[in-house]
Ligand binder design. Structure first.
Ligand SMILES: O=C(O)CCC(=O)C(=O)O
Ligand SMILES: [Fe+2]
Length: 282
């Protein structure tokens, strides 16, 4: 039987670990150049447009609007040269854009940034559909990539998950039914580390320790599948991508949320495809 390891590097190792445990941790997923670009982008947007960052929630401020502002630059991370082939693999080649945002936890908030254990299906879970797919060897109807943009040390807030917990209705049930196999694995790593996880796997953010002098900065990118419903009721996509001349780009950004349909109707310049029910949305 496969053992849980801290990091996975080769493609086969990443996919085997994900298949067995619902996640993989990939060090050096982002290059130094990509990290500098992303950190500079976050810093300049915080300075020039502080209003676009939401008030701290569970210790983290965040911004989900930068794809709208920098479509082609951010698309390179959403369909990242090394991560996207893995994403396609676990989603059976059906990957569709679902959500993209940056989050930042200051060192002052680090020790108060913990979340409760959950699965990322809050809105989707209310509209129905499979939350994991027994026909997919990777079990995923959705997957999420979290990228650490700064080093995550032992004292820092850390993503943490319960391997192989996708099929349980609650954390208590997972604890009871998994017995000795139940483990909570906090994930730490250098800037550039990516965590790819099946969003139905129970997970949380552990708070940092008192006196952590780093905080944490992350990039969160959710992907849906052609055969899954939209994950959120809010994500929007810029016209350059959603109505791109490139068929593959258009297809990848084609899973429109209700809010996206409305946004496109009210803001896009090109005519909308009539297969979206934009007349019906208030
Ligand atoms: O920030 C983290 O480490 C986890 C975030 C998370 O699970 C969420 O926002 O759903
Ligand atoms: Fe989550």
């Amino acid at each position: 039987m496969l053992k849980i390891t801290e990091y996975q590097t080769a493609k086969e190792e990443i996919l085997e670990h994900y298949k067995a445990f619902g996640y993989a941790v990939i060090p050096d997923a982002l290059s130094q150049e990509e990290l500098s670009y992303l950190n500079q982008l976050v810093e300049s947007e915080m300075e020039s447009d502080p209003e676009s960052w939401h008030k701290p929630m569970e210790g983290a401020t965040g911004n989900g609007s930068l794809l709208m502002k920098h479509p082609l630059e951010i698309d390179k991370f959403i369909r990242h040269r090394t991560m996207f082939p893995l994403i396609q693999e676990v989603l059976l080649g059906e990957a569709r854009f679902a959500q993209f945002d940056f989050r930042d936890i200051t060192m002052e908030r680090a020790s108060n940034s913990q979340m409760g254990f959950h699965r990322d299906i809050s809105w989707y879970g209310t509209v129905g559909g499979k939350i994991w797919d027994p026909e997919n060897p990777y079990l995923s109807t959705y997957t999420c990539a979290i990228y650490y943009l700064k080093d995550v040390h032992d004292c820092c807030p850390a993503f943490c998950l319960v391997p192989s917990s996708h099929e349980y209705g609650s954390l208590d049930e997972a604890k009871e039914k998994m017995g000795d196999a139940y483990q909570e694995i906090p994930i730490r790593g250098k800037a550039g580390t990516a965590i790819l996880y099946n969003i139905t796997t129970f997970h949380t953010r552990k708070g940092g320790v008192e006196g952590c002098s780093h905080g944490r900065r992350t990039m969160h990118n959710y992907h849906s599948r052609e055969s899954s419903a939209p994950l959120t009721n809010w994500a929007t996509v810029p016209e350059e991508l959603a109505l791109s001349d490139d068929k593959e780009t258009r297809l990848f950004y084609s899973q429109w949320t209700p809010n996206q349909i409305k946004f496109a109707r009210d803001n896009y310049k090109k005519p909308l495809p009539t297969y979206y029910p934009y007349h019906m949305i208030k």
